[in-house]
Write a protein that binds this ligand. Structure first.
Ligand code: HEM
Length: 328
């Protein structure tokens, strides 16, 4: 009898522990409502300041991309923000981030401003998620309630960053499989690629598309002649950048998809979304090009899904004091 009650109690205890861990694993928009109610306002203020002081720096697109690159290594855990140290090999040096990922100084300013109001409460991972939403909505795109409550990881993983972050030259099946690792579908791939509605890319990355596509000695045949000519001109200067969306390069809207319908995608990864042998992604490109509301709704859904990738919650990780290094 005693043994029976004891084992029942043990099972109950295990269930309780599992349940409490699972409920802790839930992110929620109101996570900081009592501990740091104005966190989003503080972050937006720093973002506006940064946009005003350097309008050419495209800080909005840079921050949106940081959140993506953070989530796609081992979940949205702020690992991307860690600098090199004796125990950390920074993800900032990974192929897709080196000389490319930007906005770290602005994230530092956001963290410092948040720490002044609510010390030790808000994670760097959540700052990236809030900043991404602010960048999209201020760019003319949709706004949404950001899910919060992530904690920061105490390690980085440059090797996984190299393996998992998609590259502009990846084939669509490779990109789809890189998204599938995190439970993201083809709809998520097409909707999230819509982030390329603003911002720019380095010409260096598309040289082969302009002059020697896959060693053929010719440009990429899927690139429109008009865009090819314009890109060759823009990219004739060393160190130049080209707009991801040639139609409305600074605005978050659905024109990126219209560009794809007209063979104007900047990267081969963009243009492949409209390639004849991928009927499902072509249908999505057509839908988002015809209907901005449908794009915005899907983009928000996919951003929330991406933001939910393997967050650290409960007692895992920490709330970093400085986003560039782990707490002592
Ligand atoms: C689908 C696979 C994707 C690939 C292959 C890809 C690749 C790239 C590349 C190569 C660049 C230019 C980097 C440089 O010039 O150094 C870029 C820029 C950018 N990406 Fe992506 N990306 C993808 C998905 C995403 C997603 C999901 C987001 C966000 C949700 C995103 C947001 C951005 C933004 C905003 C920029 C412009 C950044 C700036 O102006 O500084 N990308 N991407």
């Amino acid at each position: 009898m005693f043994l029976y009650s004891f084992s029942c109690l043990t099972v109950l205890l295990i269930l309780l522990i599992v349940f409490s861990q699972e409920s802790k694993a839930q992110l929620s928009p109101g996570y900081y409502s009592t501990t740091c109610p104005n966190v989003a306002g503080i972050i937006k203020f720093v973002l506006v300041e940064a946009m005003q002081s350097a309008p050419q720096a495209r800080i909005g697109p840079a921050l949106l991309r940081l959140h993506f690159h953070d989530c796609f290594v081992r979940g949205c855990d702020g690992s991307l923000l860690l600098d090199d140290s004796p125990s950390i090999q920074s993800e900032k040096d990974a192929i897709s981030n080196a000389q490319s990922a930007r906005g770290f100084k602005v994230v530092d300013n956001m963290k410092a401003a948040v720490e002044r109001s609510c010390p030790g409460v808000v994670s760097c991972a959540d700052i990236l998620a809030i900043a991404a939403e602010a960048a999209v909505s201020m760019g003319g795109g949709p706004s949404w309630n950001v899910q919060l409550g992530r904690r920061d990881r105490r390690i980085a993983n440059a090797t996984k960053a190299n393996m998992r972050i998609p590259r502009g030259s990846d084939s669509l099946p490779v990109i789809i499989s890189k998204f599938a690792v995190f439970g993201l579908t083809i709809t998520d791939v097409v909707a999230l690629s819509g982030a390329h509605t603003f911002g720019r890319g380095r010409c260096l990355i598309i040289r082969d598309r302009l002059y020697n596509f896959r060693g053929t000695g010719k440009p990429d045949p899927t690139l429109s002649l008009v865009r090819l000519k314009a890109l060759r001109q823009t990219c004739s200067v060393n160190g130049a950048f080209a707009n991801l969306d040639p139609i409305t390069p600074n605005r978050f809207d659905n024109q990126y998809y219209t560009g794809l319908q007209n063979n104007k995608g900047l990267f081969s990864s963009d243009q492949q979304l409209f390639s004849r042998n991928m009927a499902s992604s072509v249908a999505l490109v057509n839908r988002f090009s015809n209907n901005q509301t449908a794009f915005f709704l899907n983009f928000v859904k996919s951003m929330i899904k991406m933001g939910n990738i393997m967050p650290l919650t409960g007692n895992m990780g920490e709330i970093r004091q400085n986003c560039r290094r782990v707490n002592q």
